[in-house]
Design a protein around this ligand. Sequence first.
Ligand code: C2E
Ligand code: MG
Ligand code: MG
Ligand code: MG
Length: 278
Amino acid sequence: EAKNESLSDPHYFDYYLVDKLLERVQIEKKLPRALAENEFELFYQPKIDLATHALTGLEALIRWNDPEHGRISPASFIPIAEDSGFIVELGEWVLWEACRTNKGWQDTGYPKLPVSVNVSAVQFRHPQFVRTVETVLEQTGLEPQYLELEVTESLLNDPVLIKDRLDSLKRRGISLSIDDFGTGYSSIYYLKELPLQVLKIDRTFVQNTPTSPRDNSLLQSIIQLGKSLGLTVLAEGVETKEQFDFLRQNDCDQIQGYYYSRPVDSATMGEMLRISMI
Ligand code: C2E
Ligand code: MG
Ligand code: MG
Ligand code: MG
């Protein structure tokens, strides 16, 4: 078979790389057109309070409905958009769409909840970022306390620039979360000094609990660290009742995960909001 042959071919890995490169270039070229053609869509995943089981917020997660390949996961195009710089434009679209949709739900009479938007470091570092956020809030009429921004630890390594920017967002009433906590390299000093409100524990720290005693105590320590810093602690990727119970017993504040709900399209999310009032 061709695959086995290629393994003995000394150029196999070169071919593989060229192939990957072409794919990247193709995706990179397709992204701007995809935005113009309205091929992006936001899904929403609920955040749940562990004590009350109430909905506390929604996270917006982008999807690409490519006419050729179907629904494409953000993991395969966000990094490419970050490298090419297109993430600035795409991220701006996400902000508009999430704020407009959330305001629409509020105007319908559904419970007022914060929507969180993932922000790439490249986008966050852009000089116009704060201005863009302000414009989106002004134009959509969404009050700032109903927008949350999720940034990753890699951003915190640029503390001088970041502190001013986080401070000015915070002053405007926008809440800030640190996403995928534990997978990067954030210094505890910065976690303490920066105006953050929520620590989101990466799902890799949740997936082996409560069966692995080592993972259990690690997870407990991370929850306690977040609490000591005065942050709201949310665990990502909760898939089972056992994980849910373990987190509740160990003082975690909130969860997201398939156990409660997968990310759903905006119509389904609207329906969930409506039902949550009954
Ligand atoms: P994230 O922000 O950490 O989002 C959580 C990811 O975990 C989502 O993947 C979600 O669908 C998935 N997830 C939620 N619950 C579970 C669970 O119980 N089990 C498992 N196995 N997975 C779960 P998704 O939607 O594919 O997004 C992947 C990443 O892409 C996000 O990670 C985020 O870093 C990035 N991303 C998504 N939307 C945007 C966006 O609008 N802008 C930017 N810059 N990045 C985005
Ligand atoms: Mg996130
Ligand atoms: Mg995450
Ligand atoms: Mg992630």
